[in-house]
Design a protein around this ligand. Structure first.
Ligand code: C2E
Ligand code: MG
Ligand code: MG
Ligand code: MG
Length: 291
């Protein structure tokens, strides 16, 4: 920290002069305590199935409720967690938390399935599939309760290593989606080999597709590509009715975005779902992997 002498001669802490790297250092130290201090929280954003207008699944999105800095979004601490290896602990916490939440929702009559985001570093951890299996067993959980979202760039960091971990996860029965699809330079050769069940088109293509014909073409082509490869296709970042209508016309399978709901805390999501125009439907059998 930068200590400045003020007129009375005492050291004064000046946040405006705190350099970015110093901020990062202190953030990292605090992050290590965040789990113990119960400062991490999962928010949940619904996904609507466009064929049935029902909701079966929500995505878990992490927030750090910092006692002094307020709500810190994941983009501001997940990268640190990744570069220090602390992400493994966070990912385990996220999975355990999601499974607990699913059990609570089940007792409330809304057994939603939950997708969790997995980072590049997780994919290089050969222990991940085993840890996963153990967590599922501890929580007496079915693999239908959880699915994984993995960014395209995470997979392409080390495609061969990622492929091994992904194959094992899939053998354990987990469904998997390629997140932020279209932004990560994945080759079609890998796409063909990856054991995924869904493509999630990045919101950068979705938010502008009404005004930008190039984006609309990319979205349409990605939906067709996914379907031709036997995958479900979901669009993220849907913010208005016009985008919704365009995606329905293009045959997109499901959507997610502020137009339906922002990510919400678990109890808020329940209240929202009970009053929402969209009906809850338990994840149907057809979503499940067959082998
Ligand atoms: P993502 O998985 O691609 O999640 C989508 C992001 O877009 C979320 O931001 C979400 O709140 C936001 N979003 C949803 N609908 C809309 C919309 O209609 N318009 C706009 N403009 N934005 C929308 P968030 O929650 O800040 O998360 C950012 C990223 O952080 C996520 O991107 C994901 O990559 C990462 N992340 C979040 N939670 C976790 C986690 O538990 N573990 C890991 N490893 N990464 C996480
Ligand atoms: Mg995601
Ligand atoms: Mg995404
Ligand atoms: Mg993203």
């Amino acid at each position: 920290y930068t200590a400045k002498r003020n007129n009375s001669g005492s050291a004064r802490y000046d946040t405006s002069l705190e350099s970015a790297s110093q901020q990062n250092l202190s953030l990292m130290a605090e992050l290590k305590q965040a789990i113990e201090h119960n400062e991490l929280q999962l928010y949940y954003q619904p996904k609507v199935d466009l064929h049935s207008n029902t909701i079966s699944e929500v995505e878990a999105l992490i927030r750090w409720i910092h006692p002094k800095r307020g709500v810190i979004p994941p983009d501001q601490f997940i990268p640190f967690a990744e570069s220090t290896g602390f992400i493994a602990a966070i990912t385990e916490w996220v999975i355990a938390r999601a499974l607990e939440q699913r059990a609570v929702w089940q007792t409330q009559g809304f057994p939603l399935s939950i997708s969790v985001n997995i980072s590049a570093r997780d994919l290089l951890n050969a222990k991940l599939p085993g840890n996963f299996a153990q967590l599922m067993e501890t929580h007496n959980a079915s693999t239908d309760w959880l699915s994984l979202e993995i960014t395209e760039s995470a997979i392409m960091t080390d495609p061969e290593a990622a492929m091994q971990v992904l194959n094992q996860l899939r053998e354990n029965g987990l469904a998997m989606s390629i997140d932020d699809f279209g932004t990560g330079y994945s080759s079609l050769a890998y796409l063909k080999k990856l054991p995924v069940t869904e493509l999630k088109i990045d919101k950068s293509f979705i938010t502008e597709m009404e005004n930008n014909p190039d984006d609309a073409i990319i979205v349409r082509s990605t939906i067709d590509l996914g379907h031709n490869m036997g995958l479900r296709v979901i669009a993220e970042g849907v913010e208005n009715q016009a985008t919704w209508d365009a995606l329905v016309a293009m045959g997109c399978d499901s959507i997610q975005g502020y137009f339906v709901s922002r990510p919400l805390a678990a109890e808020k999501l329940m209240t929202w779902l009970q009053h929402s125009q969209w009906k809850f439907k338990e994840k149907p059998q057809s979503y499940r992997l067959t082998g």
